[in-house]
Design a protein around this ligand. Structure first.
Ligand SMILES: Nc1nc2c(c(=O)[nH]1)N[C@H]1C(S)=C(S)[C@@H](COP(=O)(O)O)O[C@H]1N2
Ligand SMILES: [Mo]
Length: 425
């Protein structure tokens, strides 16, 4: 037997309690007067929490944190926006089709709860079941056939700031540019299989997953309860997963550990993280997330709002910083990505003169619903000055990005062609 210095002894239940206590701190349910945030984050790391998300980047050593996000947020990869972290789209040029877990954007209403998979259970309940509620552990879920699916998760508010910067309109909500999206390989089980095992009844119409993160209190002090949003049964039985792996790793804390809902092609709020229970109802269900939020309100929309939002729109983004500098008389291979929630992207056109002339971009991925397409175009600018790049995608349903998006007060589903400024020197 090899000798080594003795490992520190920690009783397992003590370690579990410490993780739970730290997670309570993360979600604002613990008092820590006199202890710095840095200290507590270090404790989280020591408890094996950030260890699940190894920091392997070429980014700078300085990692920023956002309130309640566990993983490091290096400035080269993220812009912190309140409790959220936006991926810098330009930095995706260094990544392949799938977005590495450590670079994936985070949208948290409150804070990441650090949950122990061994303690976690999923309760399926409600009057849409034939025989009362049923509880599943993670091991129970893993006994169902596993399914792997590649899909993007995109916030409904992705691109929101462009309503203001490009259209001069005011909107409420997090001022994302275009980086509130990432694509990953998700592995898990079909929600349909779990619902059927739980005794799904013929009268069920809606299914509402709910997160285990803290209750969400709005800026004006209204407690909306835990994050939850109903799904129509037809969608729940179609292609929805209960995912426990992301890009081949257990789900990281910030992305829903141990289990999240994954609703391909639909707005991000549908993909409830840290799911703890799912209500199966014989009556339609409502929550703030399908009534006051995630409908289109404003002059261009029905009084009282549109129907609840489901699929994402079509968008394109350049893998370039805003106001990037490019040398003249040099051929630049410019790259970007386009995607749509309705169908795969089949055509991308690009312009280097603000949309006067267009040429087709080369597409580097197959057109696939729920995924994006990487593209490139070569450009050799001849004279210095300010230029406006633009990219316009069309999906297999024929939907093309318009020049402007009709305003809605909460700035959802921006789909207009984005005018991206660059400077040639
Ligand atoms: N429980 C819970 N689930 C959630 C959220 C949340 O705050 N709590 N945010 C939602 C929103 S608005 C989006 S856009 C996606 C973001 O997923 P990500 O943080 O893994 O990128 O998660 C959704 N699921
Ligand atoms: Mo979102």
């Amino acid at each position: 037997m090899r000798t080594s210095s003795p490992a520190p002894v920690t009783h397992p239940s003590e370690a579990a309690y410490d993780r739970r206590r730290l997670s309570q701190w993360l979600s604002g349910r613990a008092r820590a007067e006199g202890v710095s945030r840095r200290t507590l984050l270090r404790l989280l790391g020591a408890a094996g929490v950030t260890g699940a998300v190894p920091f392997t980047g070429a980014g700078p050593a300085v990692a920023v944190t956002a309130p309640g996000i566990v993983k490091p947020l290096p400035d080269a990869w993220f812009t912190v926006r309140g409790t959220n972290a936006e991926t810098r789209f330009a930095s995706l040029a260094e990544t392949g089709y799938h977005t590495p877990n450590e670079r994936f954007f985070v949208r948290n209403h409150t804070a990441t709860p650090v949950l122990d998979a061994a303690d976690w259970t999923l309760t399926v309940w409600g009057d849409g079941l034939d025989h009362g509620s049923v509880e599943f552990t993670l091991d129970d879920l893993k006994r169902f056939p596993a399914v792997t699916r590649s899909a993007f998760v995109e916030c409904a508010g992705n691109g929101r700031s462009l309503f203001t910067t490009q259209q001069g309109q005011s909107v409420s909500g997090t001022a994302w540019t275009l980086g509130a999206i990432g694509a990953a390989r998700w592995r898990g089980v079909r929600l349909a299989d779990v619902l059927r095992r739980a005794g799904l009844g013929r009268r069920a119409v809606d299914v509402m997953p709910r997160g285990l993160d803290a209750e969400y209190v709005t800026a004006d002090g209204t407690n909306l309860g835990r994050v939850r949003r109903p799904l129509p049964l037809a969608k729940a039985l179609d292609d929805v997963l209960l995912a426990y792996e992301m890009n081949g790793e257990p789900l990281p804390p910030d992305h829903g550990h141990p289990v999240r809902v994954l609703v391909p092609s639909w707005i991000g709020i549908s993909s409830v993280k840290w799911v703890g229970d799912i209500q199966v109802s014989a009556q339609p269900l409502y929550s703030p997330w399908n009534t006051d939020f995630y409908r289109l309100f404003g002059d261009a929309h029905p009084a009282g709002g549109s129907a609840p939002l489901t699929r994402q729109t079509v968008k394109s983004a350049w893998e370039l910083d805003w106001n990037a500098g490019l040398a003249r008389d040099t051929t630049h291979r410019l790259t970007g990505r386009s995607w749509s929630g309705a169908a795969g992207v089949v055509r991308v056109e690009v312009s280097t003169d603000g949309g006067t002339h267009w040429q087709p971009a080369r597409l580097h991925d197959a057109s696939r619903r729920g995924g994006w397409v990487r593209w490139s175009a070569d450009w050799r600018p001849r004279s210095p000055g300010a230029y406006t790049l633009a990219a316009r995608a069309t999906d297999a349903t024929g939907r093309t990005q318009p020049d402007t998006t009709a305003h809605n007060t909460q700035g959802y589903l921006f789909d207009a062609v984005v005018r991206h400024p660059v400077t040639v020197t």
